[in-house]
Design a protein around this ligand. Structure first.
Ligand code: GDD
Ligand code: MG
Length: 381
């Protein structure tokens, strides 16, 4: 038996408004809730039981995945009343583990898509006798991550979460958000309070001389925390740049899910997904984008690297590039939207300027409800 803890309690703030009512790991990516890809890969690698460490919108995870039998897994759910941070969440979830003190336990961040060989990571951990093994990745700009320099033998020398100054950037190796802990090490994390595994647990383990290994793997890896990464991850899965046993259709230039209607003279490319009930009309061009359930792209609209939320509509001839359109929002005809714009759920963008909808709507986990005050706001992408 191999057990894992999955960290899925974060609020996904950088993906708002998409995450206002759906937690980031449940957003549809390449046609299925994002986490399905990661769970299917874990099952393939021999993971049998996974404890979900939830907090934000906790109930939705069990509603989606149930006991896990559909994926060949046993799933359990633990919810934090107030978020305990990554380390506190791991400690809290460990109450449900069955592994013996010397057995390896995998821990995953819930917003990563990665091709790392999970079984090899676990087996290497066991063979080395390490306390913790970290999957590391080399990136061009490590500022948004945890920096993890290692020595010639792969021993971790330091752990610095989100470096603040250029002098602090001493390596291009970052924490890729997948760990193997020897179970007894998890049990030493203080219980009942917020703990950051990155800012507290790893630095303390290193200070105490613990054996912390880093394994650099330069295969496919992406943190889906930003809109740009979200659309890229979805498109990469659709085009087969990263394999997933959970992809609900053949690899190709676009994925059109059952119940979607795409006009024969519309052009889909770049790994676009069109979900059930969505419509793409004549002459529309949709490239590298995610078109969610029930959305409507009118004739000759042009949508690039964007997310069109559930039941949102894009008017005739409108042009979107790197835009996030919240659920139920309406972009009327002839709009050209600046890159990075995020449109709140239910907002209405007339041809010139932004004003609120006559019939305001807000997003809910189930769909669209009428109430609330919509708005649109430009935001960094
Ligand atoms: N249960 C629970 N409780 N989960 C949490 C909590 C919490 O209080 N806080 C965060 N999480 C979960 C998130 O849902 C996510 O799956 C994971 O922990 C990491 O949180 P993020 O908010 O996505 O962190 P990050 O992307 O800024 O940084 C982390 O990931 C990077 C790799 O993508 C760190 O681990 C970095 O060191 C790492 O480089
Ligand atoms: Mg993240």
């Amino acid at each position: 038996m191999t057990e894992a803890i999955l960290l899925v309690g974060g609020q996904g703030t950088r993906l708002r408004p998409l995450t206002s009512h759906i937690p980031k790991p449940l957003l549809p990516v390449a046609g299925v809730p994002f986490l399905t890809h990661q769970l299917a890969r874990a099952a393939e690698a021999g993971v049998t039981r996974i404890v979900f460490a939830t907090s934000y919108l906790a109930d939705l995870f069990e509603e989606e995945f149930g006991d896990g039998s559909r994926l060949g897994l046993h799933l359990e759910y633990v919810s934090e009343e107030t978020a305990l941070g990554t380390g506190g969440a791991i400690r809290n979830a460990a109450a449900r583990l069955r592994s013996a003190p010397d057995e390896p336990v995998l821990v995953f961040n819930g917003d990563i898509i990665s091709g790392v060989d999970i079984a090899a990571l676990r087996d290497g951990h066991r063979a080395s006798g390490a306390d913790v093994t970290l999957h590391l990745k080399r990136v061009a700009d490590p500022r948004a991550f945890g920096l993890v320099p290692t020595d010639a033998d792969g021993r971790v020398e330091a752990f610095l979460e989100k470096p603040q100054t250029p002098e602090e950037i001493t390596t291009d190796q970052i924490n890729a958000g997948c760990y193997v802990f020897t179970r007894s090490v998890i049990d030493r994390i203080p219980p009942g309070r917020a703990v950051s595994v990155e800012r507290e647990t790893f630095p303390q383990l290193l200070a105490s001389g613990a054996h912390v290994r880093g394994v650099v793997d330069d295969g496919y890896w992406l943190d889906l925390g930003t809109p740009a990464a979200f659309v890229q991850g979805s498109a990469d899965l659709v085009r087969g740049r990263i394999a997933s046993p959970a992809l609900p259709g053949p690899v190709g230039d676009a994925l059109v899910l059952p119940g979607a209607r795409v006009h024969p003279r519309a052009l889909l490319s770049g790994g676009t997904v069109v979900a059930a009930g969505a419509v793409v009309a004549e002459g529309a061009v949709v490239e590298g984008s995610v078109v969610m359930t029930g959305a409507h792209i009118a004739a000759r609209a042009s949508v690039h690297a964007s997310v069109v939320g559930r039941h949102a509509s894009i008017g005739e001839g409108s042009v979107l590039n790197a835009v996030v359109v919240g659920d139920g929002a309406e972009v009327t005809e002839g709009n050209e939207l600046p890159p990075g714009l995020r449109i709140a759920c239910g907002a209405r963008l007339p041809a010139h300027g932004i004003r609120t909808s006559a019939s305001p709507v807000t997003c809910t986990a189930q769909g669209i409800a009428h109430s609330g005050v919509p708005h649109a706001s430009p935001a960094a992408h």
